[in-house]
Design a binder for this molecule. Structure first.
Ligand SMILES: C[S@@+](CC[C@H](N)C(=O)[O-])C[C@H]1O[C@@H](n2cnc3c(N)ncnc32)[C@H](O)[C@@H]1O
Length: 210
């Protein structure tokens, strides 16, 4: 049995965790060019979800219960790169059991180019900092997103990535009529470096199919 002090300590820890998650969520939404009202009650699918913090925040803050998390490394097969530095269970382990269960039920251990859902199963597909290797993979990823949703948002698009995005979108527009893309700057900051600072500009690609 927990002492009142232990119970209070746990409650404070959970409040601290919720505050941290809320800040991270607001930042993630802002990078994707979204507000909470834009996604309230919507069916969302996040690709490259890793520790599923986006789904956790959507559930915990009552924004939407309908959030899929697509992440290939959750079978434990990947133990390098991002997975080396972050514990994939760190976030969900802190959640109440019923929320964790809802997140687990909508977790798909697969890659963003092959999603086992029917056409237009969700409203929006989101991806933040999900790497790709070559225009072909980026093209396949956006096409698969547009198969299951009418809107795909990918962040970031840096200056170096713009050529690949343009090539991928040209290929997609040839195959799917009515596809449009908009690039919006959602990050425009001075970041301190060892010898001064650097100006970081990052955009979100918003791809629609009308
Ligand atoms: C840098 S992490 C970003 C995690 C999370 N989106 C965030 O912003 O905190 C990139 C994630 O993308 C996943 N990933 C890599 N290739 C992928 C693919 N083809 N499809 C889906 N996810 C992929 C990695 O396993 C990793 O979890």
């Amino acid at each position: 049995m927990k002492s009142p002090e232990q119970a209070q300590g746990q409650e404070n820890d959970f409040e601290g965790f919720k505050n941290w998650l809320r800040k991270d969520y607001d930042n993630q939404l802002s990078q994707l060019g979204l507000t909470i009202e834009d996604i309230r009650g919507k069916r969302i699918l996040e690709i490259g979800a890793y520790d599923r913090r986006f789904a956790a925040a959507c559930q915990l803050f009552g924004v939407t219960e309908d959030v899929y998390s697509v992440e290939p490394s959750l079978d434990g097969s990947v133990k390098e790169g991002y997975a080396e530095q972050h514990d994939a269970m760190e976030i969900v382990d802190k959640l109440p059991a019923e929320i964790r269960e809802k997140i687990d039920q909508k977790t798909l251990i697969t890659d963003a180019e092959h999603i086992p859902l029917e056409d237009q199963a969700v409203d929006i597909v989101l991806g933040r900092r999900v790497p790709w290797f070559g225009v072909e993979q980026l093209t396949d990823r956006i096409k698969e997103g547009l198969r299951i949703a009418s809107e795909v948002r990918l962040y970031p698009v840096t200056q170096e990535m713009e050529v690949e995005f343009t090539q991928a979108l040209s290929a997609i527009k040839r195959d799917i009529p009515g596809v449009e893309v908009e690039y919006c700057t959602t990050t425009d900051v001075e970041v301190p470096t060892e010898d001064g600072s650097t100006h970081v500009i990052e955009k979100v690609a918003i791809v629609h199919c009308i």
